[in-house]
Design a protein around this ligand. Structure first.
Ligand code: SF4
Length: 324
């Protein structure tokens, strides 16, 4: 029972700093602080939406959790096991448990492989099944994601964008994962297709008790699929809460600004428009103190020198802002 309640993934103080090298000797002259100490957990059958503008570090965070890039420091536990120090061979069973769906299904699918070969590749690599079993499993996966098994012999360019994303989902499902990281998985699709793919992901979650880390620059996209939302700014989580609290009682000025761009279906409800000025500053030299102070309409002198810690302001609701 204890194992059933154990989070699928527990991330603690995860950092990924990329060295900036210069000159003939490629000396390190600085670091890109892409992910700078983030912590979260995702339970069985739950979705955490990780949101922020492009350049906030969310894609790097997703890849570091999966060890597709090596974290600089911090802890990632999968089913209670620390995976950051594991060798390639030791990682193998965990690789099967953690999969990724990419933003652009076209560039993530090998154009020289048939859709059936793409979906069956993880089974082949992990030696899971004989050829005949593999074909049967791939056909079942095709049906499950809304494709016809007859399409297994087609190549990626013969599918629409939405269908290609379904191929990506089928491939991610092949090894029976527990966690799927979706890196902007619907951002490249038309709005009507986005809804279909999100519905499919939700059905699969219910059916297979899947956990998702759903990365998006758009709060509106993560609203329907996420149980919790973490808002990221320049490598740090600035607000974390359940989805309802984020949408009804946002506490961080950055979350407020992101939310003000989300259309409200009820005309009786109005959100104050807060246009974010300028771009996300460079993560090579993030602003001192609160990283958001250069764009925050409420910034006071203290914000420029002192970084606000992420602290709990209500049960399960964490914010990093001096004014909260
Ligand atoms: Fe704005 Fe200051 Fe809060 Fe940062 S700490 S979000 S700059 S008010």
């Amino acid at each position: 029972m204890a194992e059933a309640n154990m989070p699928v993934v527990e991330v603690k103080d995860l950092k990924k700093h990329f060295p900036v090298r210069k000159g003939l000797l490629r000396r390190t002259v600085g670091h890109v602080f892409a992910v700078d100490g983030i912590s979260f957990t995702i339970g069985v059958g739950e979705t955490l939406g990780l949101v922020g503008e492009s350049g906030c570090g969310k894609t790097t965070a997703g890849r570091a959790v999966l060890r597709l890039i090596e974290p600089t420091s911090g802890s990632v536990k999968v089913g209670g096991t620390e995976i950051t120090g594991l060798s390639k061979a030791e990682m193998r069973p965990y690789r099967a448990q953690m999969q990724i769906i990419f933003q652009d299904p076209f560039s993530s699918l090998n154009p020289r492989m048939t859709a059936g070969e793409i979906v069956g590749e993880p089974l082949l690599v992990h030696g899971v099944a004989s050829r005949r079993e593999r074909e049967a499993q791939v056909a079942a996966l095709f049906e499950r994601v809304g494709l016809r098994p007859a399409q297994m012999t087609n190549y990626p360019h013969q599918f629409s964008g939405g269908q290609r994303q379904r191929i990506g989902i089928a491939r991610a499902l092949a090894l029976g994962p527990r966690l799927i990281v979706g890196d902007e998985p619907v951002s490249a699709l038309d709005v009507s297709i986005q809804a279909q793919v999100i519905n499919l992901l939700q059905d699969l979650q219910r059916e297979r008790r899947l956990s998702y880390l759903f990365i998006s620059h758009n709060l509106a996209v993560v609203e329907h699929i996420s149980h919790h939302i973490a808002v990221m700014y320049l490598g740090r989580i600035v607000e974390y809460a359940d989805t309802r609290s984020i949408f009804t009682r946002p506490q961080h000025p950055y979350t407020e600004a992101l939310l003000s761009a989300v259309p409200v279906p009820d005309p009786a409800i109005r959100r104050q428009k807060r246009i974010l000025q300028g771009d996300v500053p460079s993560p090579v030299r993030p602003p001192p103190g609160c990283h958001f102070h250069t764009r925050c309409p409420y910034a006071v002198a203290r914000c420029k020198v002192e970084a606000p810690p992420l602290r709990e302001i209500a049960p399960g609701h964490q914010v990093s802002c001096h004014l909260r």
